[in-house]
Design a protein around this ligand. Structure first.
Ligand code: DC
Length: 205
């Protein structure tokens, strides 16, 4: 599954993993963790050697750290995601995860295009910028962040631009991806639509 920031793919991926009894990997958390480790080490986000080092020595046990979920770390992650050596080191981790025999639900920006071009089913989750900003705003308010809707809207638009325009593995739907626009869908409706896509694709395979 791929899609832009705050498209709802994370919630959807977790629900699908539960439904199909599959392991789930949020690859955004890998880039977020690399950004966190660079910042913790007191290095600059565009320091390619420090970034490569952080990606190679990433501790997978730290991927659920709540500190990874802040908008600042999200933006920092989009910066380190431009570095080829970072993507290469994380690619290996993702491929190992994807190669489990029973399969997996993997979400990110380049899963259908680069990480798992042979995936049985590819879903590209979309939603309008307004809807995504609204959802992210509610999430952040619930956990007590002090940020305005306008700021979040601007951050999401800037992250879309960074993710779509980068030279290596930009965000784009794979040619054989199913597009799922969740702008007007609640989580249950989006889940049902995704299950229908997956079951149909599997039964035709
Ligand atoms: O999904 P997220 O917001 O947690 O992702 C954070 C950043 O990580 C995103 O802006 C770009 C980068 N990323 C990436 O380049 N490739 C992926 N497969 C997943 C995330």
């Amino acid at each position: 599954m791929d899609g832009p920031a705050a498209s709802g793919k994370g919630t959807l991926a977790k629900k699908l993993a539960g439904h199909y009894g599959l392991a789930h990997l949020d690859t955004g958390s890998l880039y977020r963790a690399v950004a966190r480790d660079i910042l913790t080490a007191g290095k600059a986000l565009d320091d390619e050697a420090a970034a490569a080092d952080a990606a190679q020595s990433l501790e997978s046990g730290t991927l659920n750290d709540p500190a990874l979920r802040t908008p600042e770390v999200g933006q920092a992650a989009a910066r380190v995601a431009k570095i080829g050596a970072v993507r290469e080191a994380l690619f290996k981790f993702q491929r190992v995860f994807a190669s489990r025999r029973e399969g997996a639900i993997i979400e990110g920006r380049d899963i259908g295009t680069v990480v798992c071009p042979e995936a049985d089913v590819k879903i590209f989750v979309e939603a309008s910028t307004d809807v995504r900003a609204e959802r992210r705003y509610k999430e952040l308010m619930e956990v007590g962040h002090d940020i305005s809707y306008e700021e979040i809207h601007a951050q999401i638009a800037a992250r879309d631009e960074a993710d779509r325009s980068r030279a290596i593995s930009p965000l784009r739907p794979a040619e054989d991806a199913h597009l799922l626009d969740t702008s007007d869908l609640g989580i249950e409706a989006a889940f049902k639509a995704a299950v229908k896509l997956i079951d149909t694709a599997i039964s035709q395979a």
